[in-house]
Design a binder for this molecule. Structure first.
Ligand SMILES: NC(=O)c1ccc[n+]([C@@H]2O[C@H](COP(=O)([O-])OP(=O)(O)OC[C@H]3O[C@@H](n4cnc5c(N)ncnc54)[C@H](OP(=O)(O)O)[C@@H]3O)[C@@H](O)[C@H]2O)c1
Length: 246
């Protein structure tokens, strides 16, 4: 059995890759860093690919055209903090390229492949951010709405076609990973460990659960966002986001 994990070089993706490796999957890890050590894995490969670059994504999809993947973890992504006066256009465009464009292209590609092969499990890492808008991380929050909605849309289409392929969406709140450094943020609540998030994610992925919110605290925050008005949740979330600036 084969699993492909984008953003598998660090954080949540790496923790998921380790669990799948323990379950005897052959692992393909995708990341943009030059080198990645596979020492901790028994049967794994590193595929270097900058997902912000369309041509690199073409190369990735071409490489997997004839390989049947059993589990696809669409997880690579990053954030950034700051007002519209401060944030870099270049970093934001890269964020859109990775969190939306590459996420969309790879997801659609593997949905089609798994639909044709008649089996497969997909996990897309969105975020608790998908349940609200927020100032100070406006672009990041918007990208995560896109991944949640696209995944649930495809999930419905697969169900209507009676396909056994499932898509699950992982929506965690703060997790201790490289995210804080890349996004330049300091979480205002204690982050959960990546191992805990990965454990819940893999368990629920194999149950075919639609939306995976890993802890009670995150479930409560999602519930609050869902039942408050768009403007009220925007006000509350933006207030905490403002404090997250380093
Ligand atoms: N940590 C949180 O609090 C949190 C909460 C909710 C959702 N999430 C989401 O969880 C996912 C994983 O993030 P993380 O928290 O585990 O952070 P992380 O430790 O920084 O990992 C991010 C991963 O994405 C990959 N990536 C980023 N840009 C890339 C690019 N241009 N091309 C290829 N790979 C790229 C990185 O690989 P390279 O470094 O090798 O490029 C890395 O493996 C993201 O989608 C993030 O939005 C995180």
């Amino acid at each position: 059995m084969i699993a492909l994990i984008t953003g598998g070089t660090s954080g949540i993706g790496l923790a998921i890759a380790k669990i799948l490796n323990q379950r005897q999957y052959e692992i393909y890890i995708v990341g943009s860093r030059e080198e990645f050590s596979l020492e901790e894995f028994s049967n794994a490969h590193y595929f270097r690919c900058n997902l912000a670059d369309d041509k690199e994504v073409d190369r990735l999809l071409e490489a997997f055209k004839d390989i049947n993947i059993d589990v696809f973890i669409d997880n690579a992504g990053f954030g950034d903090i700051g007002t519209f006066l401060e944030t870099s256009d270049q970093k934001e465009m890269q964020m859109i390229d990775v969190n939306i464009k590459a996420m969309h292209r790879t997801l659609k590609f593997f949905v089609n492949k798994m639909y044709a092969q008649g089996s497969g499990r997909i996990l897309v890492t969105s975020s608790l951010a998908a349940f609200s808008s927020s100032g100070y991380m406006s672009t990041y929050y918007a990208t995560k709405v896109y991944s949640l909605h696209l995944s649930l849309g495809y999930r419905r289409e697969l169900k209507d076609k009676k396909s056994p392929v499932t898509i699950s969406v992982l929506c965690p709140g703060p997790v201790a990973t490289g995210f804080e450094k890349t996004a330049n943020v300091k979480f205002s609540i204690k982050p959960v460990s990546k191992e805990k998030v990965a454990k819940v994610a893999v368990k629920k992925l194999f149950k075919g659960k639609a939306i995976i919110i890993p802890t009670f605290k995150f479930k409560f925050l999602a519930f609050m966002s869902h039942f408050s008005s768009k403007l009220l949740s925007n006000y509350i979330v933006s207030k905490t986001a403002r404090k997250r600036r380093k």
